[in-house]
Write a protein that binds this ligand. Structure first.
Ligand code: HEM
Length: 420
């Protein structure tokens, strides 16, 4: 199959691996009305839908809760190393999803025993983080960020608070001092490499991130301290410097975007849903309930790419070929009508798949650390600015145009100015 042929239409081509009637994984309904969209995809295509990624590259979207649980539990059938993909010959060098899908020698793309080794080292390093200390550090970062805008009575929270807080917290957790010019530079370069703005160069920023983390690894080899980088370098598994740099980048990147969007989507819920009341401090439901509801209904990582089939296999009534790509439809699975009949979706438990599942799931202590960061971010903001309100009508809020991460472009708010 070639995507360059003008006569080719992959949404109708019978020989296309994704089959007849594939759906483009793009468009505004993935942002504006995702629950309805996933339900209609499911009723039309079943639990595993043929989709087209950017450039009309075929893949499968796993929408069913049971099917997604199966895929993530069986890494011997649905594996993580993207070099298995049967579409590489059709992928152009400037393909926009390449940064997420292109193989890198990090924990993300390793498999089997090597993955258990790498993920085990990260898990042990994260397990030693003291959650009370992390909460205290997050509180400190939150206070600093809030103080910068508290006197003005209005701000745009995404740029001034929501993205900055988990980034600073994770960088500090990894062993960079909280204050200092090179920490500020690293935080800024990470922001640019994950989410470049107009005129910024993500490739150059990514290069500087690698250089600074390489230096950090050398500093910690010479003088280990009580931080994640030191625990990685002193771990008896003896990872190389380059492996540690790759895994530090994975940890920071995997933590920042989802945690920031978890904070964003929780604040949006608290500020717009009357069950939580307009004036949040007077609301009837708690911040904890809002955080959990977001993981079911507005999950940060709404789709994740992905897994690659190890051999030909049937899944949800579809014939998946060896090397086919499967996108994990986390948002769709969380709202699957099979687990939530009668259109009701509740949030009474934590059985959502927002942290994925199985061998490659978000490593066990990470969801707890993310919870500490998100809870502290939301609670500190509401405590310091108790009459916080949206500065626009809820309908005017815009979701970022991404089918992968669910979060707002901007979250403008107003409040009574506070001088300290
Ligand atoms: C302290 C914050 C966090 C850290 C340090 C962290 C770290 C990681 C790491 C290292 C991985 C790669 C696991 C592997 O391939 O073996 C991962 C995967 C993942 N994380 Fe997290 N994460 C954090 C927060 C979050 C949050 C808030 C969410 C969403 C609510 C999330 C969702 C995921 C998902 C969906 C995956 C993909 C798992 C898969 O491939 O099945 N993470 N995380």
């Amino acid at each position: 199959m070639s995507t360059s042929s003008p006569a080719f239409d992959p949404t109708t081509a019978p020989g296309c691996p994704a089959g007849r009637g594939a759906v483009r994984l793009s468009g505004t309904s993935y942002q504006q009305t995702p629950t309805e969209l996933y339900r209609s995809l499911r009723s039309e295509h079943g639990a595993v839908a043929p989709v087209l990624l950017d450039g009309d590259i075929p893949a499968w979207l796993v929408l069913g809760y049971a099917e997604l649980s199966y895929v993530t539990e069986h890494d011997e059938l649905f594996a993580r190393d993207s070099r298995r993909w049967n579409q590489w010959e059709n992928i152009p060098a400037d393909w926009p999803l390449l940064p997420y899908v292109g193989y890198q020698p990090s924990v993300l793309f390793t498999e089997g025993d090597e993955h258990r080794r790498r993920a085990g080292v990260i898990t042990e390093a994260l397990e030693t983080v003291d959650q009370f200390e992390l909460a205290r550090d997050c509180r400190h970062i939150a206070d600093q960020l809030i103080s910068a805008f508290a006197g003005s009575g209005r701000t745009e929270l995404m740029s001034q608070y929501v993205h900055a807080l988990p980034m600073r917290a994770v960088v500090q957790l990894c062993g960079m001092p909280l204050s200092g010019d090179d920490t500020a530079q690293l935080v800024d370069d990470l922001r640019i490499s994950l989410d470049a703005g107009e005129g910024e160069d993500p490739v150059a920023a990514y290069g500087r991130v690698g250089d600074r983390l390489r230096q950090l690894v050398q500093e910690r080899r010479a003088a280990p301290g009580p931080d994640v980088a030191s625990r990685l370098v002193t771990h008896p598994e003896g990872l190389t410097d380059e492996q540690i740099v790759q895994d530090l980048i994975s940890v920071i990147a995997a933590a920042q975007q989802p945690t920031a969007n978890w904070i964003c989507n929780t604040l949006r819920l608290l500020l717009t849903d009357e069950r939580f009341a307009l004036n949040v401090s007077g609301g009837r439901l708690s911040v904890g309930e809002a955080l959990n509801e977001v993981l079911w209904l507005d999950t940060p990582t709404q789709n994740f790419i992905g897994r690659w089939a190890v051999r030909d296999i049937q899944l949800g009534g579809r014939h998946i070929r060896a090397g086919d790509c499967l996108v994990l439809g986390i948002a769709a699975a969380n709202t699957d009508p099979e687990i939530w009949p009668e259109s009701y979706v509740g949030a009474e438990n934590a059985a959502h798949l927002s942290f994925s599942n199985g061998e490659h799931r978000c490593p066990y202590p990470a969801p707890l650390l993310a919870d500490v960061m998100a809870r502290t971010a939301v609670e500190t903001l509401l405590e310091r600015l108790p009459d916080l309100m949206l500065a626009v009508e809820p309908e005017a809020l815009r979701w970022r145009p991404s089918v992968w991460m669910r979060g707002l472009s901007e979250l403008p708010v107003v409040f009574s100015p506070v001088t300290q």
